[in-house]
Ligand binder design. Structure first.
Ligand code: SF4
Length: 184
């Protein structure tokens, strides 16, 4: 009997180190392709550094990586007035929503069956919140969201190890200028 094709999944990648372990965790079940949309990253030189590293890693492991424009102005408009929020608060919720929304839109336009995100690999991120936003956005786009908590089962440790082995650049703050201040 022919082996059934795996469903196609578009994985939102926040940076190269964070996608290492999630990719391997997903590949048994899905045909994975990558999507880089992170208008939160500040400054632009850092955005370019993270994008370059994600492109380099995708090429190294032979996966397609799509990217969307750097829409920093739209991110600042969406999070205006929320600069004093702690990591995990209202500003982050808007930030997650923006990135997941764009990923879902791209996934629908390009016939993916599922979308997912690497964001839950971070010990600073609440997987429950991210997964419920993902499920809500999936409903809006008539798409499926693959919820996960990649930091579990030593996922974060594995991603750190894999990044080290691949010699990947790993930043020390989440992404926006406010997290840079507090190293969020
Ligand atoms: S701390 Fe991270 S998730 Fe929260 S708003 Fe800043 S970049 Fe986005």
């Amino acid at each position: 009997m022919p082996v059934p094709e795996k469903p196609r999944l578009l994985l939102h990648v926040c940076c190269a180190p964070c996608c290492t372990y999630p990719i391997t965790a997903l590949q048994d079940e899905f045909e994975v392709e990558l999507f880089f949309y992170n208008p939160n990253i500040h400054p632009e030189e850092e955005y370019k550094a993270r994008l370059d590293e994600a492109e380099r890693y995708a090429a190294k492991i032979g996966l397609i990586l799509y990217k969307s424009a750097y829409e920093a102005d739209a991110w600042y408009r969406a999070t205006s007035g929320l600069q004093d929020e702690p990591e995990g608060g209202d500003r982050c919720e808007i930030c997650y929503r923006m990135r997941l929304g764009k990923t879902a839109k791209f996934a629908v336009a390009n016939d993916f069956d599922y979308f997912a995100t690497t964001l839950t690999i971070s010990p600073h991120k609440d997987a429950k919140k991210i997964n419920s936003l993902g499920a809500m956005i999936a409903d809006m786009y008539m798409l499926k969201f693959h919820g996960a908590d990649f930091k579990k089962k030593d996922g974060f440790k594995k991603s750190a190890q894999m990044s080290k082995e691949a010699g990947l650049y790993r930043q020390d703050y989440c992404g926006c200028q406010y997290s840079k201040k507090g190293k969020g």
